[in-house]
Design a protein around this ligand. Structure first.
Ligand SMILES: C[C@](O)(C(=O)O)[C@H](CC(=O)O)C(=O)O
Ligand SMILES: [Mg+2]
Length: 311
């Protein structure tokens, strides 16, 4: 009720514990606080807060336009609504090393469990697009060192993302990943790898947990959890999956209303009123005021989601 019951410190410990090489812990991307509750209810290991989703949600492209204030605020809203640890995409860190240090502290104060910082130039691009511009090794390591030194809670996870694979190849990406670990990264996000063998090579080369980005319509195939676990991956993100699914459903129902004059045919696809109320724990709020949940919600078979509007 109201917020999660676990402290940010406890969630950070949970994230550290989940990040075991070969565990392939699954962290779907929450596009809002409510979807984080759904992710938790379905038994996932953590929640990812995607920079692409955050930007796209504002109607913006994912090119580094969002500010630290916007990202910390939205990620904080998401993090505090779930007992799962939340890992946020901090893009290029929002500036020079001193700004990166502030980014880490703001994200900690917002209740996040960790973040990743990448080695692209601003304006950055989605890691699965061509034409990325990379910063040099010195700048990349400075960002990570500043991040690691700035944290207050030693369990706040600093993950270094390298986008070098698509630009200079796997060997260069592995070299950079090692240097980023030496600079203080607790985990590595090798972006846009091409095969399971490449994941395996990175996992073998670095002695910290490795993340796999299973984003749709990108450069990586959509490998299964078992395949990634066998390659040694510690954590898997599905960053934009829920936003793409929700927006796909929204597009379909809008066309239904426009073309048929009613949404009736789309209702079976919808989350029911009862299910929605269950997710926001409506009933629990009666603890303060018994008048809050004293009405009838059409009782239905929540599991099959099979009712119609007229039930
Ligand atoms: C992981 C990612 O950084 C994100 O912002 O979610 C994106 C995802 C995407 O655009 O599909 C990425 O650069 O891979
Ligand atoms: Mg991103």
């Amino acid at each position: 009720m109201l917020t999660s019951t676990m402290t940010p410190a406890a969630k950070r410990v949970a994230l550290r514990k989940a990040l075991v090489p070969g565990a392939a812990a699954q962290m779907p991307g929450a596009f809002n606080p409510l979807s984080a509750k759904l992710i938790e209810e379905k038994g996932f290991d953590g929640v990812y807060v995607s920079g692409a989703v955050l930007a796209n949600d504002l109607g913006l492209p994912d090119v580094g336009l969002t500010t630290l204030t916007e990202v910390a605020a939205r990620a904080g809203q998401i993090a505090r609504m779930t007992n799962l640890p939340a890992l946020v995409d901090a893009d290029t860190g929002f500036g020079e090393p001193m700004n990166v240090a502030r980014t880490i502290q703001e994200l900690e104060h917002a209740g996040l469990s960790g973040c990743h910082i990448e080695d692209q130039f601003n304006p950055k691009r989605c890691g699965h697009l061509d034409g990325k511009n990379m910063v040099d090794l010195e700048t990349a390591t400075k960002r990570i060192r500043a991040a690691a030194e700035a944290r207050i809670d030693e369990n706040f996870l600093i993950m270094a993302r390298t986008d070098l694979r698509a630009v200079e190849g796997l060997a260069a990406a592995i070299d950079r990943a090692k240097a980023l670990v030496d600079a203080g990264a607790d985990a590595i996000f090798p972006e846009a790898l091409r095969s399971l063998e490449e994941f395996e090579a990175v996992c073998t080369a670095v002695d910290v947990p490795v993340l796999a980005n299973m984003t749709e319509f990108g450069k990586s195939e959509l490998f299964t959890r078992d395949q990634l676990a066998a390659a040694g991956v510690a954590v898997v993100i599905y960053p934009v999956t829920l936003l793409r699914s929700a927006m796909g459903a929204a597009e379909r129902v809008l066309e239904d209303i426009r073309d048929n004059g009613t949404q009736e045919a789309s209702v079976p696809e919808m989350l029911t009123r009862a299910r929605l109320y269950e997710l926001v724990d409506y009933e629990a709020y009666n603890q303060w005021d018994t008048g809050i949940f004293n009405f009838e919600v059409p009782s239905l078979d929540i599991a099959s989601n099979a009712r119609t509007l007229h039930d």
